[in-house]
Every structure is written in structure tokens, then in C-alpha cells.
Design a protein around this ligand. Structure first.
Ligand code: IMP
Ligand code: MG
Length: 172
């Protein structure tokens, strides 16, 4: 039987997002912000975060290929659906569900930079430090954990658990 151990409650998520939205609103005031959510995991986080911002923002999504059940990044990411909005000269904030090795974000940033944005920064619901392999720095993290496999609030295991309103450590 798999076990779900609470990591962040709904209230804690809400409070952390409130603080994060304040920082982003301050940092991107008078800039040309576009937030790019990485599907599917980031859609829940992004939808709550963007509604807390007090500055204008454009929203776009990018869809990457999935690595199946037990995700291990290969460093090669396949773009399933690219952005439709033009990011040239914009201040891009890539919004991920969770950063683990950092290979996905690093490779994705290179892809987005090829469209010549003015700046590119990273925002993640969870910054997971245990297996980091790149020097990619998460500029805005809602929560930091040492390790473990997390689910809920958009995060999945084999496409399940995304709908949980809080975040749990999944013990298989
Ligand atoms: P990275 O390239 O190793 O940083 O992988 C990041 C991606 O792996 C995330 O966007 C997730 O899709 C997936 N992932 C990594 N750790 C977890 C986890 O604990 N729960 C759910 N998905 C995870
Ligand atoms: Mg993801």
C-alpha cells in the first residue's frame, strides 16, 4: 500500500504563494512580464500565483514530453507544444511544478533564449535539492525540500494525484 505523508497544507501553500506573488510583483513592476507554465504539472500553481499578482502579466504554456512512470530526466527534452506568443524582448518567468536535477529547466531555458527574450528567470512550486546536477538557480521557489517524491497540487505520479489540494510525500 502506498502512503501519503503531508508536506504542505492548503493554507501553507496559500500563504507561500501570497509572499511569492508579492516578490514577483515588486521585481517585475514596470517590466514586460510573461509567465510560461510548463504543462502539465505547473497549471494549478500558475493559476493561483497569477491571480495574486498586482502587475500586468501575459500567460503562455509550453508542453514537454513525459518520461513515463518513474521520471528520470535524460537532459534531452522534447517540445510537444511550443509557445504561440512571441517572447522577444519580454521578461520571461518560466513556471515549473518541481525542479529536481535541473536538466529540464536548463534545457528549456536554452530553447526559450533562442527566441531572444530580454530576461529569463525560474519559478517553481517545489525546489528539490537532493539530485541537482546543473547550476540552475530557482529564482522564486514556493517551497524547498531536500528530497522525496512529492504529489498533489498539480504534481503527479503516473498521472495520478494532481487533483489533491495539498502536497504529500508519496511512499510506494
Ligand atoms: P528535472 O529535469 O530532473 O529537474 O525534472 C523535473 C521534472 O521531473 C518535473 O517537472 C516533474 O515533472 C518531474 N519530477 C521530479 N521530481 C518529482 C516529484 O517529486 N514529483 C512529481 N514529479 C517530479
Ligand atoms: Mg514538470
Amino acid at each position: 500500500m502506498s502512503e501519503l505523508i503531508p508536506v504542505l497544507t492548503e493554507t501553507e501553500i496559500e500563504q507561500n504563494i501570497h509572499l511569492l506573488a508579492r516578490r514577483i510583483s515588486d521585481d517585475y513592476r514596470n517590466k514586460d512580464l510573461i509567465m510560461i507554465g510548463v504543462l502539465k504539472g505547473a497549471f494549478v500553481f500558475l493559476s493561483d500565483l497569477m491571480r495574486r499578482l498586482t502587475i500586468p502579466v501575459e500567460i503562455e504554456f509550453i508542453r514537454l514530453s513525459s518520461y513515463g512512470k518513474s521520471h528520470t530526466s535524460s537532459g534531452r527534452i522534447d517540445i510537444r507544444e511550443d509557445m504561440a506568443l512571441n517572447v522577444k524582448d519580454k521578461d520571461v518567468l518560466i513556471v515549473e511544478d518541481i525542479v529536481d536535477t535541473g536538466l529540464t529547466l536548463t534545457t528549456l531555458a536554452e530553447h526559450i533564449k533562442s527566441y531572444k527574450p530580454k530576461s529569463v528567470k525560474f519559478c517553481a512550486l517545489i525546489d528539490k535539492l537532493e539530485r541537482r546536477e546543473t547550476d540552475c538557480k530557482v529564482d522564486y521557489a514556493c517551497h524547498t525540500v531536500e528530497g522525496g517524491f512529492l504529489v498533489g497540487y498539480g504534481l503527479d505520479y503516473a498521472e495520478k494525484y494532481r487533483n489533491l489540494p495539498a502536497i504529500y510525500h508519496l511512499k510506494l
